[in-house]
Design a protein around this ligand. Structure first.
Ligand SMILES: *Cc1c(COP(=O)(O)O)cnc(C)c1O
Length: 377
């Protein structure tokens, strides 16, 4: 069994991918070719926001978003410690200080109730992460941000295609940033990413930043990056967009089926305490793309080993909160983010992709129930 199966998807889209790449090989505009604009228009329409700006990666999308908002030395950006390194890393790379606010223990996303206390005179933005494929609580976060006139950047690297009451991830804040890393819900065949915004001025800035701060040929009003998305990756993504809506539906269905299968085995609960396995909680009227199907178990390493013995791969997203990483190491003495510290010890992600069979899911659920039960006794 594979953790993420990209081969089955390729067998479905092979002809279209090859034709799209062949077109690029023939026109030869490998950088900023016509596929970039075509993809940007398609993705902007898909998300329901005015502008999409293709970027070289999700990491660069976050960096460019903060550069567009002129975040720099001495500034503070509020984010979650329970995320991939890039979120905090890009804040610090700009000379700003990541302020780590704890998460909700059930959704794993930034706890909006803790935001207000973290805001200071130096706060310049709030950067929630829509972890595991479910939108962060953007309404509550936006309400706090509006009160303090702060922009919100959604790190939507794991949630492209997710929605909250029919509104799509990436279109829920000042700037939404996503990643097209191959293992993400919408993955390219290499690195890629995008920024989304409804703000015309920010969109213009983002387009300049991704191209060395250039507003017209050899004229540079500001500093930027080589942050462009490759034409070939845009071509791949255009081919993948044909199957993406079906994949979103499949991801959501398969995630729910995992939860049902685990519950049937008496192993699962969505409330903390009690059952051996804590399954994901999706907020009402939310659709998760389950970038990861992540559960909590009491003895994670034991469960991982037992699953591995049965040929079932697992992963841990993430074993160490960012504020415990040597590069940051902040606020630990005060136990500032106890929920993140706690769940980081117990989370484990199960195989998840849109082409997982029912039989595979049953195998996984049986193995998890057995392993979790055994570790309890
Ligand atoms: C993957 C990921 C990123 C970085 O995206 P890349 O395209 O790999 O640079 C940032 N934040 C989160 C939460 C991610 O999962």
């Amino acid at each position: 069994m594979q953790f993420i199966d990209l081969k089955t998807q390729y067998s479905l889209i092979e002809e279209n991918v090859k034709a799209r790449i062949e077109t690029v090989l023939r026109h030869g505009q490998f950088v900023m070719g016509p596929e970039i604009q075509e993809l940007e228009e398609r993705l902007a329409e898909f998300v329901g926001v005015r502008h999409c700006i293709g970027m070289s990666s999700g990491t660069d999308a976050l960096l460019a978003a903060m550069m567009a908002l002129e975040i720099g030395r001495g500034d503070e950006v509020i984010t979650t410690p329970f995320t991939f390194i890039a979120t905090g890393e890009m804040i610090a790379l700009l000379g700003a200080r990541p302020i780590f606010v704890d998460i909700d223990p059930v959704t794993y996303n930034l706890d909006p109730d803790l935001l207000e206390d973290a805001i200071t005179g130096r706060t310049r933005a709030i950067m929630p992460v829509s972890l595991y494929g479910q939108c962060a609580e953007m309404d509550a976060i936006n309400a706090v941000a509006e009160r303090h006139r702060l922009p919100v950047i959604e790190d939507a690297a794991q949630s492209f295609g997710a929605s909250d009451r029919g509104r799509r991830s990436c279109g829920l804040s000042t700037i939404g940033c996503t990643s097209f890393f191959p293992a993400k819900p919408l993955g390219a065949y290499g690195d890629g990413g995008a920024c989304f915004t409804g703000d015309d001025a920010l969109a213009k800035k983002l387009r300049e930043i991704r191209n060395h701060g250039q507003d017209r040929r050899y004229h540079h009003p500001s500093l930027g990056l080589n942050g462009r998305l490759d034409t070939i990756q845009a071509a791949v993504l255009l081919a993948k967009m044909d199957v993406f809506p079906d994949e979103i539906a499949a991801r959501s269905r398969l995630g729910d089926r995992y939860t049902a299968l685990l519950s049937e085995r008496g192993a699962a609960s969505t409330a903390t305490g009690g059952a051996a396995v804590l399954t994901p909680a999706i907020r009402p009227d939310n659709l998760s793309v389950y970038a990861q199907y992540t559960i909590q178990v009491p003895d994670r390493d034991e469960v991982a080993t037992r699953l591995q013995d049965r040929g079932i791969p697992t992963a841990v997203h993430y074993p160490v909160p960012l504020n415990e990483q040597p590069v940051f190491h902040v606020g630990l003495e005060t136990g500032a983010t106890p929920v993140s510290a706690d769940v980081a010890k117990r989370v484990i992600s199960l195989p998840m992709h849109p082409y997982l069979s029912e039989n595979e899911q049953i195998q996984v659920a049986d193995a998890v129930a057995k392993a979790a039960g055994l570790t309890l006794s």
